[in-house]
Design a protein around this ligand. Structure first.
Ligand code: MG
Length: 219
């Protein structure tokens, strides 16, 4: 597990305006769909049997479940090659560009930091130049370190239930938005809990976030 570099977080200058902390895989970039295509190019496949990768990645031909070490190696290879595979999720780029006029945006991506440069290049190529933090540590403490005790609204967007739980515990006033591009796996996702607002698309996420920012400002 890599600890987040809290010193580098402190260097990240936020303006005196709301903050949006946004996950990348399955939120800004498609992940499961291109990862499945990548697996097929490597004689494997991802079967949508449950909301996890391990146990659902199989060898094509034999259908036998790939060993955990093989799954880890395939994920590592995909992260290294992500620039050739991953594409923006529908409406992600234009919605974030518009939100970025009214709020600070920081990408928080759960990925080994060694692949951060490839991800930055990919995001920049599609026009998203907002700062990015790559860490495999729990997301709640990272969002807390970013936002601190600022009397400003904060929103967190992610597809994974345990990330919402982590941020909800560390930053109790954060708006938690669940958003996920892949509809097949979304249908199998665990219930994220009643604190989490489930958006079906970026338009709905945009409405939830803007309403939260307005409400917090009025109160
Ligand atoms: Mg994600």
């Amino acid at each position: 597990m890599n600890a987040p570099d809290f010193m580098s977080l402190e260097k990240l200058r936020l303006a005196d305006r709301p903050l949006i902390v946004c996950d990348v895989d399955e939120v800004v970039l498609e992940y499961l769909t291109p990862f499945t295509a990548f697996l097929r190019s490597r004689d494997h496949d991802l079967l949508p049997r449950s909301f996890r990768l391990h146990g659902n990645i199989v060898e094509r031909g034999t259908g036998s479940v790939a060993l955990d070490a093989v799954v880890d190696a395939l994920q590592e290879e995909f992260f290294a090659a992500q620039e050739h595979w991953q594409t923006p999720a529908a409406l992600a780029v234009e919605t974030l560009m518009a939100l970025g006029r009214d709020a600070d945006i920081v990408f928080l991506t759960a990925m080994p930091p060694r692949h951060a440069e490839a991800r930055r290049r990919l995001l920049q190529r599609i026009g998203l130049t907002f700062p990015m933090v790559a860490t495999e540590a729990a997301k709640g403490p990272v969002v807390h370190a970013l936002h601190g005790g600022r009397p400003l609204p904060v929103a967190f967007i992610d597809d994974i239930h345990y990330n919402h739980r982590s941020v909800g515990e560390s930053v109790p006033d954060a708006l938690l938005v669940r958003l996920m591009a892949n509809q097949v796996f979304l249908a199998m996702a665990p219930d994220p809990g009643e604190r989490v607002c489930c958006a079906t698309c970026w338009n709905e996420a945009d409405r939830l976030i803007r309403a939260h920012f307005q409400g917090v400002r009025r109160s």
